[in-house]
Design a protein around this ligand. Structure first.
Ligand code: NI
Length: 226
């Protein structure tokens, strides 16, 4: 019996070690090891044991906390902190308004998910878009952009330092990319959807390209859990 337990513990350690190893070697440029590890776990749960839609997305591994209090500026140029969500749930995405494809798709999915909720449910959730490109995403630009997606979507920007701090809190990877054939720079960035609860704490991550139905189900799950 003891031998069996020892073998199992060894297996577990080897398994975790392998995951860290995968995370180490599979890191994307500039990605932190912790983020790469999260990505490996997400990939694992996606491939081998799909998280039921009702459970909604990628649960954070135990002991991992993301998010927290932040200070930014909203699309009207007013200071905006986590308190701006009024203690309610926020469904958030980090990207930039000049993004050619991924960001509009993800924000479109979030907007579509809002439409799938009942008015009562939707009233308890704020859709939010955080920029990682403060240089071009001024409050005016953000206002124009978020209004394309949802009338209640909040657009958040700030100084480069504020944006960097929020990205650190939420473990968002971003990097400016210059392509010789393009006159404007692009931003490389991670692409999770965040469900944010009280105190700016992340309750749940949703994989990139989650369907509106899955986003709505995850929001409902979080609303029910409150
Ligand atoms: Ni993007």
């Amino acid at each position: 019996m003891q031998r069996l337990i020892r073998a199992l513990v060894l297996l577990l350690i080897l398994g975790l070690g392998a995951l860290w190893g995968l995370a180490w070697f599979g890191r994307q440029p500039g990605e932190e090891l912790g983020d790469a590890f999260l990505r490996q776990i997400a990939a694992l749960t996606g491939q081998e044991a799909p998280v039921p839609v009702s459970a909604g997305g990628v649960q954070l591994p135990q002991g991992v906390t993301l998010g927290g209090p932040f200070t930014l500026v909203d699309q009207d140029g007013k200071p905006f902190t986590q308190a701006g969500f009024g203690g309610q749930l926020a469904v958030a995405y980090f990207g930039y308004s000049f993004c050619p494809d991924v960001c509009p798709t993800e924000l479109g999915n979030i907007a579509a998910a809002m439409e799938l909720l009942s008015p009562q449910e939707a009233g308890r959730v704020t859709p939010a878009f955080f920029t990682i490109d403060p240089e071009r995403d001024t409050p005016e630009q953000m206002k124009l952009y978020v209004s394309n997606f949802h009338p209640r979507m909040v657009g958040l920007t700030g100084t480069p330092e504020q944006v960097a701090e929020v990205a650190r809190l939420f473990r968002v990877y971003y990097k400016k990319v210059n392509r010789p054939e393009m006159s404007e720079y692009l931003m490389d960035h991670s692409s999770y959807i965040y469900l944010i609860g009280r105190e700016g704490r992340v309750r749940l991550l949703l994989r990139p390209n989650s369907a509106p139905e899955a986003i709505a189900a995850a929001v409902r799950g979080q609303l029910a859990a409150r």
